[in-house]
Design a protein around this ligand. Sequence first.
Ligand SMILES: C[S@@+](CC[C@H](N)C(=O)[O-])C[C@H]1O[C@@H](n2cnc3c(N)ncnc32)[C@H](O)[C@@H]1O
Length: 206
Amino acid sequence: MDPTEPESMLPPRPTALAQLLLREIIGAGDLVVDATAGNGHDTVFLAECAGAGGRVLAFDVQAAAIAAARARVAAAGLAPRVDFFQESHAMMDRRAAPGAVAAVMFNLGYLPGEDHRVMTTSAATLAGLECAAGLLKTGGGLTVVCYPGHPGGAEEAAAVEQWFATLATRRWRVARYGAIGTRRPAPFLLLGSKPKEIPIERRGRP
Ligand SMILES: C[S@@+](CC[C@H](N)C(=O)[O-])C[C@H]1O[C@@H](n2cnc3c(N)ncnc32)[C@H](O)[C@@H]1O
């Protein structure tokens, strides 16, 4: 979330709405994932929600991002709750067991103030999302903030939205939220909630 924006501003920014919705899903003691740690705003949020008994796995490919996020988490007194990994979210399934995670957050694009050429890519993002879908537990929440106005962002945003549409066919509850009537394509939030597994013998029955 951008800390310069008042939280009460309506309509909420996609980053703020992602936090608002996940706050209802994440409980004390949960394992949660920040797939794009960046400056650590979402990492701090997740660590607060998961509580002293919870755990955050925070991923970023950039050393500068890991350093910034680590500093923000430490300043908030939350360092014991967070494990940082300077590696791609495409490999997050090496760090947690299937069905063990309550929430996964992606905030796509580049790190403000750093090299804008280092940004999320469709291929790694889609691979990370597949990992996230497998790691989430029933009722778990997945959020992705997409930036179609950035160079290269439109293609990635379209690919991610298409991937979310496939989730709907897998019985997930999915939704899209974003501003309309803007001069440039506005950032938008995609969110999904993982459904209960239906026992095979009951599938297809009315
Ligand atoms: C918009 S920033 C994230 C902002 C962050 N959520 C915050 O609250 O400050 C996007 C981040 O994704 C990171 N990134 C790019 N490709 C990645 C990948 N394959 N795996 C993990 N992080 C990646 C970038 O280095 C950048 O720091």
